[in-house]
Design a protein around this ligand. Structure first.
Ligand SMILES: [Zn+2]
Length: 271
């Protein structure tokens, strides 16, 4: 499934114009750094960096949180910023990883601790090409209580098939709550199952999509949906949320119309 052709060209970071800063941390776990999946267009790196800034501008991420995308030519590689506040990310900050979350091409700049969320999702879900992890505040309560998150309106149709909750304590007991290794990433993916979004108890959430704009769209509207559900709940009584069937129909429209949101948001974070 992930048998992409391996390229032996220079590291992605050379094409991003970076001079990797050395760090004592060996991101490859002691072995040789994996090879790059090949060069990536500068425009792709700029879009990924812009996605970080969009998510910050939309209030989905703050000093923490991250967005990634699968390498366009190598399905067993993915791209994500080095460890940095999302609002500050530029194309020069993008790193390349293999699915074990080791940096490729000898890039030793420090990476996000929770990159295993991304690597294990890409390993397990061939349909997913972009992942957003955030701690967006309106979503957090739905990981704490028994009331499930439901799709409150058409823009959040992707939630209508159900929103699972990953409780890291179920398998790992008391932890720092972070998905900081592959084993925890695998457990998170098990909870995600075939859904686009999973909540993380007392931590945050993950939104995903078949491409970068759709993952950003879903991360933004997961947060908006949470706010609306809080407001609807305040009235008491049943909530007439989207049915699963309505969700499928509305999501098909969103996957095309959502491009308008990307075009708007992309322009607002232009450097
Ligand atoms: Zn986190």
């Amino acid at each position: 499934m992930f048998g992409g052709t391996m390229h032996t060209g220079p590291c992605l970071c050379h094409f991003a114009g970076t001079a990797p800063a050395c760090s004592p941390a060996d991101q490859s776990g002691g072995g040789p750094s994996p090879a790059s999946g090949g060069p990536v267009d500068r425009a792709v790196l700029e879009d990924l960096a812009a996605a970080s800034r969009i998510l910050a501008a939309q209030g989905v991420v703050d000093a923490f949180g991250h967005v990634s995308m699968r390498h366009p030519d190598a399905p067993d590689r993915f791209l994500m910023s080095r460890g940095l506040a999302p609002a500050l990310v530029t194309a020069d900050d993008i790193q390349e990883f293999d699915l074990n979350c080791a940096t490729c091409g000898g890039d030793q700049r420090p990476s996000f601790l929770e990159r295993f969320i991304h690597g294990e999702i890409y390993r397990a879900r061939a349909d997913i090409h972009s992942v957003v992890h955030s701690h967006s505040p309106s979503v957090i309560p739905f990981g704490l209580v028994e009331t499930p998150m439901r799709a409150m309106f058409h823009n959040a149709a992707f939630l209508a098939t159900g929103v699972p909750v990953f409780d890291i304590a179920e398998k790992f007991g008391a932890t720092d709550m972070l998905v900081g290794n592959s084993e925890k990433g695998v457990a998170l993916v098990k909870a995600l199952a075939d859904k686009p979004v999973v909540l993380m108890r007392a931590h945050g959430s993950v939104a995903s999509g078949p491409d970068l704009p759709s993952a950003v769209f879903r991360a933004v509207y997961t947060e908006v949906n949470a706010r609306i559900q809080h407001q609807a709940s305040a009235y008491g009584g049943p909530i007439a949320a989207l049915s699963p069937e309505e969700g499928v129909l509305a999501d098909a429209v969103n996957m095309k119309a959502g491009q308008r949101a990307w075009d708007l948001w992309r322009r607002t974070v232009q450097l």
